[in-house]
Design a protein around this ligand. Sequence first.
Ligand SMILES: *Cc1c(COP(=O)(O)O)cnc(C)c1O
Length: 420
Amino acid sequence: MSDEYRTQIAGHELSPESLMMGYGYRPEWSEGALKSPIFQTSTFTFESAAEGKRFFEIAYGLAEPSAGESMGLIYSRLNNPDLEILEKRLTLWDGAEQSLVFASGMAAITTTLLTFLEPGSVLVHTCPLYGGTDHFIHHVLPRFGVDTVEWRHGMTTGEVGALVGDRSLTAVLMETPANPTNDLFSIRAARNLADRYRNEENSVPVMVDNTFLGPMWQHPLRHGADIVLYSATKYIGGHSDLIAGASLGSHELMAQVGQMRTILGTMATPLTGWLMMRSLETLSLRMTRQNENAMKVATFLANHPKVARVSYLGLLDPQDDGYQIYEEQCEGPGAMISLWVEGGEEEAFRFLDSLQLAKLAVSLGSTESLIQHPASMTHAGVDPDDKIRLGVTDSLVRLSVGVENPSDIIADLRNALESI
Ligand SMILES: *Cc1c(COP(=O)(O)O)cnc(C)c1O
């Protein structure tokens, strides 16, 4: 095995944390540069016409690559060294064969869905979903003749199957934990549902948007999912300074998604790829600290008289709905906290306007703590009845805990809660 893919030392398996600084890259490719440069180029030269022909044959699936042969560099919409190195590193956390990076989480989600859906397809999706995903499913896919079936929290897969009826199921899209309530859905149950419809023509892929817990605290491929999706804008990017997405799975599925990405042109830029490599070096440090901070913050909030209720995966009790699923498929509670303050919108706004350290902004998973009001911000477009059913009330505030000193975050929250 060549140096850039070394994953063990004398039989000792190296962890992703240790591989993020060099895996997939060799300094001699770039004048000995320890770090990969930004390959800020749109196109790549071929050494000969025959080489260019061969690269295109492989890129367009006209010929099978021979053993050890990979796709040559052609044009940055198809591939680029920064993206290729990053994609190799990203596979390590989720144990995927291959990954693809995109210009945004929405680019990853829509490109992946369009790869597998066609007129007459039936897509089962968990509910609620991220607003952009929800809009694509309910307002764009129907224009192309795709039917959708909602898997609401608390429904059994038998009930979902009854809604699919005698149609054949094409794919399942899940988001777990769900935003902004932290409700959990079972990946294993989705796999079992999909398998009932599986046949030679369709493998019924189960796709999981793992933005909230991944890639540290949930690994959907180990629980029966076929594809993992990310808004890499969140924990993977982690510094509120880039927009990106990713799709991960087997070589076979990613080859199909990759061809769709080439045609739609939804790939990330070389600079974004480079920034994400920088971010991945501290992914485990950041997510571990965020997780520890969130546990302290959630415990503080749960005991505060101005807080009516807290939803945090680290505070689930064995009798709570979702506890069993948490035990089965999650490896840590992450750093997303939902809290309902005493009162309504006025009290929630007074609390938000009094914070001095946590930033009043949407998005999540960054080094700084981010806080927002779902009912009037991220979930403003949700149907009023659905908001009530989901618990997205005027007193709900969603907090993404950052890497600051936890006593500072708590002091900020304590001070702001006093203003209610
Ligand atoms: C932010 C987010 C998205 C969309 O990602 P972008 O990078 O903003 O396009 C999708 N799913 C979830 C769960 C998100 O939080």
